[in-house]
Structures are given as C-alpha cells and as structure tokens.
Design a protein around this ligand. Structure first.
Ligand code: FES
Ligand SMILES: [Fe+2]
Length: 389
C-alpha cells in the first residue's frame, strides 16, 4: 500500500480550486459537445467551461469558438444551449462573423462609432478542435497540442467510435455537492463497481477471481479484430500500478469483457465490438464508454466550486441498421439506466466530500489504484512544481 497522494484540502479548499481553474481548466482542452450538433451553417452549442461562457458555432462550414459575450455590453450572443441561429446579439442586435468581427449594427448612428472603432471590435476567440464527433475547446491564449494531452491511441479510438455513432443524442445535466476530482478518480477506479453498482452496472461485467475486470478477445470486434482500424492497439482490461505520470498517460483506456446479452434493440443496431466495454477516461473530466460498440455514454464532470460539480451526461447508439427508423424510446431507456448508475455514484461521492471537509489526511492506495496516484502526482507537480506535501 502507499499513502494517498492528494491531501483533503485539494478537494475542499478554494485556493486549490483557483489553482485548478488557472492551470488545469484554463490550459487543457475541454470537451464542449458533438460535431453533429454543428453541421448546419449557424448551428451552435453554448457551454460554461471553467466559468467562462463559450459559444461554438458553425460559420459557413467552419467551426469557431468565442467567448459568448457581445462586445457591446457583454450579453451572451446565443442564449440557448444549442440551436441554429445567426450570431446576432439579442440585446441590441449587433451581429458577428466567423472571425468574431462586427457585421452589422442596427440603429448604428446612435453609437457614433467611427469605422476604425468598428473595425477594431473582435469577439474573444478560443482554439477549437474536432476529433471525429468530439469537439474540444481550449481557453488558453497559447493552447497546447491536443496530442500533448491525449495519446495517439485515445485520439484514434475517438475517431473510430465516431464513425459508428448515430446522429441522435440524448443529453441531461445536474449539479451535485462533491469535488470534480472525486468523480474523475471514481471512473478510473474499477473496483468500486461491484460495491456501488451491484444491481445496475456490475452484473454486466465479467471478472477475474481477483475481482479485477476480465480481458476480452478481439474475435467478434470490427474495431479491434484483424480487419479493424484499431487492430494495432492492445488495450488492457484494467490499468494497474503507477505507470507513467505524464499528462497523456494519466488518462486511462481499457477494454474489458462484457458478455453480450442480446437486448430487444440489438437487431436494430449495427454493433461493432461484441462482448466488450471500451472506456476512455480522459483527464481532466471526461468519461467515454462504448458497450458492445452498440451503445455509448459520455460523462463530463465540470467544476462549479470546490464542493460542487455539474455532471453532464450524453448517450447515443451506434448507427441503426439499414431501414430502421430513429428509436427515441431506446435513447430514453438508455438514459434512464445511465442516470441510475450516475446517481449511485453521486450519492456516495457526496458522502465522501462531506467526510473530507474535516479530514487532515486520508487514504491508502493499493496497486490497482496506481492510476489515482499517477493523477495525483501529475496534479501536484503541475500546480505547485513539486510532489512534496
Ligand atoms: S449587448 Fe450585444 S448588442 Fe448590446
Ligand atoms: Fe460508478
């Protein structure tokens, strides 16, 4: 066993939260939504990322990201979570183009603005990058390469999963009283599954006698099988031990055994990875999973305050078989099941957060909790320049 890396204050204190805002969420790429919400001209997504209102919008085929704040008085330019609408501020009608430049000021003479003043106006732009259907935004003025944050394998899997995805997505979000790191640590901790999800998620998984998730062969996989685009990847069933503590490797990718139990919807869906669950837990706050290459979930744990997190949840299926119409009841049923699992986690994590508030030090890690230790070591080093307490 080894001592836990992070002191309780990292989960409860505003000073650590402020450091995270600056050095993690202000510097790293953050998931913002799906490219298939942005296929039409003027289609958009709005999100609050790291406390910043962000607008991601399709301008004549180009996906751009801006601070969702009008240059006039700061009003959000788009006020819905998603939709299709020109980038025109609802307050006094100022309009913007894909460069964030001003394109139209109704009642313009009222402002007595000269042309040079108009030309100088720009919305604050953010870097945006799309991997398959996954859209990431970076709030830094000098963003790192996405490949410095995620391994080539992670990016390849996102691309391949994206080619399977059906365009319809079910989305919800809710706030809970725990620190975002507890949720990320929770998803890189497979040993909680049998205890917190005994009736929901745990029965779907196959286990080794040790209690670890079992591995899955590639024989029934269109992704990982001999003909598959991901055949060169050899994913572990679980990640154990400390491993590398560099940024790309504190994200975890696993592929474990999930015996296929045909469901009523199985004949309707073009399944790609029979018998397996693939999980990508992408630091800092994204958890993506594919069950059988048949259904998918995406979870994001967005920090609100040291003890408050907004959990975002999306589910979708693989593409439906030829001739099968969209099945909204299937997405509803999937999301109902997903919410049960998320609520089981949230209930426990809320209790854990409460207990951490009065703790001086806490925690022991076994070998299987190496990934939690690796994340903690990277976190301390990145935020403070040292891993010493
Ligand atoms: S605040 Fe946007 S036009 Fe006035
Ligand atoms: Fe869980």
């Amino acid at each position: 066993m080894r001592k836990a890396v992070l002191p309780p204050a990292c989960y409860t204190e505003q000073s650590w939260f402020d450091l995270e805002q600056e050095k993690i969420f202000g510097q790293l790429w953050l998931f913002a939504g799906f490219a298939h919400q942005l296929t039409e001209d003027n289609s958009f997504i709005t999100r609050r990322l790291n406390g910043v209102p962000v607008l991601v919008q399709n301008f004549k085929g180009e996906i751009k990201a801006f601070r969702n704040a009008c240059a006039h008085r700061g009003m959000p330019i788009q006020t819905e979570p998603f939709g299709t609408r020109k980038a025109i501020c609802p307050y006094h009608g100022w309009g913007y183009d894909g460069q964030g430049a001003l394109r139209g000021v109704p009642n313009g003479t009222l402002y007595e603005m000269c042309q040079a003043e108009k030309d100088a106006i720009r919305l604050q732009a953010f870097a945006v990058q799309t991997v398959g259907i996954f859209v990431f935004v970076n709030l830094s003025a000098q963003p790192i390469d996405l490949s410095a944050q995620y391994t080539v394998a992670a990016l390849e899997i996102l691309e391949v999963m994206s080619r399977s995805a059906a365009p319809q997505v079910s989305y919800t979000h809710f706030e809970k009283n725990f620190n975002w790191k507890l949720n990320f640590e929770n998803v890189i901790d497979p040993n909680h599954v049998q205890f917190i999800h005994p009736a929901s998620f745990a029965p779907l998984i196959e286990y080794e006698p040790s209690g670890a998730f079992a591995a899955r062969g590639i024989e029934d996989s269109r992704w990982f099988g001999p003909e598959g685009d991901l055949n060169h990847l050899d994913l572990p069933a679980v990640v154990s031990g400390l491993g590398d503590t560099d940024l790309p490797h504190i994200s975890q990718i696993t592929r474990s055994s999930m015996p296929h139990q045909p469901r009523w919807f199985s004949p309707l869906i073009d399944r790609a990875d029979t018998g397996a669950i693939v999980n990508l837990r992408l630091f800092p706050n994204l958890n993506i999973g594919s069950l059988q290459g048949e259904t998918f979930f995406v979870q994001q744990f967005s920090p609100v305050s040291p003890d408050r997190t907004e959990v975002h949840s999306w589910v979708f299926t693989a593409q439906l078989a030829d001739g099968v119409a969209f099945q909204p009841q299937l997405l509803w049923g999937m999301h109902h099941a997903e919410m049960s699992v998320l609520q089981e986690d949230a209930f426990l994590l809320t209790q854990l957060q409460e207990a951490l508030k009065s703790a001086d030090s806490v925690g022991l890690f076994g070998a299987q909790e190496g990934p939690l230790a690796a994340m903690g070591l990277w976190y301390l080093n990145h935020l403070t320049g040292t891993t010493e307490q």
